[in-house]
Design a protein around this ligand. Structure first.
Ligand SMILES: [Zn+2]
Length: 300
C-alpha cells in the first residue's frame, strides 16, 4: 500500500543549554482491559474483577510528585465513570487528562459512528470529572493506521487538537512502520497533529523504544541511550508511555495465558517502579500539551 503523504510538523526549536523536556504519558486502564488478555476477561465481567487501577494510579501520582514531574494521563471513560475523584486528583496535581476512549475498543474495529460516539462520550466524561478541557486522544492499542485514517477527521471535528495513537513499528497488534517518527498533521490542517510514540532509527528501521513492555523487557541503558539520541541527534522531545498495571506485580493472573502474552504482560513488573524512578530522575519530563504544542505555536 502506498504510504499517505502526511505533512510533517517543523522541528521544534531547542533552547540552547536547556535540557529538552520530554513527554511522560500513562495509559490509565486496568490489567483486565489490555488486548493481550482480552480472551480471559469478557467486558461483562470487568466490574466483578479485582479493580486495581485506582490504587496503582495513586502510586504513580506519588512517584511523579516525588520527582516534581507533570504528565499526561490518557484515561478510559470506564475508569472516569467509576473513579471521578481520581480524575480530579490528577488535574488538581497539575497533570493533563486526555482520552483513551471509553472501554479500550480498538479504533480499527469501530465504524465511524461508533468511533465518534466513543471519543465524544469519553471527552465529556473526563471534562466533567476532571474539570479541565481535554485536548488529546490515544487509541486503544495504537489502533490508528492505514485502514482508518478517517479517525483523524472525526477527532478534529470533535474538538481534539492532538492524537498520540501511532507507534511506527512492526508489531502483531499495531503499528504503521512507514508513518513519520515525529509529529505531523494527518489531515493537512494545523489544528490537529499526531504525535507518534518515539522510535529509534537504526539504519532506516524504526526500533521500538517508547515504553510499555519494551521498557520492562530491555535493559535500562538502552532507553537511556534512546532518550539521549532522540533529544540530541533528532532534536525532538521523547514520547514515553506506560500503564498503571505495569507497576503491580501482585495483580491477579488468569491461568493458561500463552507464552507471548505472558512475556509481554508479566515480565519485570516488580522492577518497573524502580526503573521509572531512574528515568524520571535522569531526564526532564512533562505533559504532552506543554511539551509538544505551545512552544511550537508561539514561535514565529
Ligand atoms: Zn491502552
Amino acid at each position: 500500500m502506498k504510504p499517505p503523504s502526511f505533512i510533517p510538523k517543523d522541528i521544534m526549536p531547542i533552547q540552547r543549554g536547556q535540557p529538552i523536556v520530554n513527554a511522560m504519558t500513562v495509559d490509565v486502564e486496568d490489567y483486565f482491559q489490555v488486548q493481550a488478555l482480552e480472551s480471559y476477561y469478557d467486558r461483562s465481567t470487568w466490574d466483578s474483577c479485582d479493580i486495581r487501577v485506582q490504587e496503582n494510579t495513586e502510586r504513580i501520582l506519588d512517584l511523579f510528585a516525588k520527582h516534581d514531574t507533570k504528565a499526561t494521563f490518557f484515561t478510559l471513560g470506564w475508569v472516569a465513570e467509576r473513579f471521578p475523584a481520581l480524575m480530579r486528583k490528577i488535574t488538581d496535581q497539575g497533570h493533563e487528562l486526555a482520552s483513551h476512549g471509553m472501554v479500550h475498543q480498538r479504533a480499527d474495529r469501530q465504524s465511524p459512528d461508533e468511533f465518534r460516539n466513543d471519543i465524544k462520550r469519553s471527552k465529556d466524561l473526563l471534562e466533567d470529572t476532571g474539570g479541565t478541557a481535554v485536548k488529546g486522544f490515544r487509541a486503544a492499542t495504537f489502533s490508528i493506521g492505514d485502514t482508518n485514517l478517517w479517525t483523524y477527521d472525526i477527532l478534529g471535528e470533535e474538538g481534539y487538537t492532538y492524537s498520540s495513537s501511532i507507534n511506527p513499528v512492526h508489531h502483531d497488534h499495531y503499528g504503521m512502520p512507514h508513518a513519520p517518527r515525529f509529529p505531523f498533521y494527518p489531515t493537512g490542517q494545523k489544528s490537529l497533529e499526531e504525535i507518534p510514540i518515539t522510535t529509534l532509527d537504526v539504519f532506516g528501521h524504526n526500533i521500538p523504544c517508547g515504553g510499555g513492555g519494551y521498557f520492562r523487557l530491555l535493559p535500562y541503558m538502552y532507553f537511556r541511550y534512546a532518550v539521549k539520541s532522540v533529544n540530541g541527534k533528532d532534536g525532538w522531545p521523547f514520547m514515553f508511555y506506560f500503564h498503571p498495571w505495569e507497576i503491580d506485580p501482585d495483580q491477579p493472573r488468569p491461568e493458561g495465558v500463552g507464552f507471548k502474552s505472558r512475556l509481554r504482560h508479566y515480565t519485570n513488573l516488580a522492577r518497573m517502579e524502580q526503573r521509572l524512578d531512574r528515568l524520571l530522575r535522569e531526564f526532564e519530563w512533562g505533559r504532552v500539551d506543554e511539551t509538544f504544542l505551545p512552544q511550537h505555536d508561539s514561535i514565529t
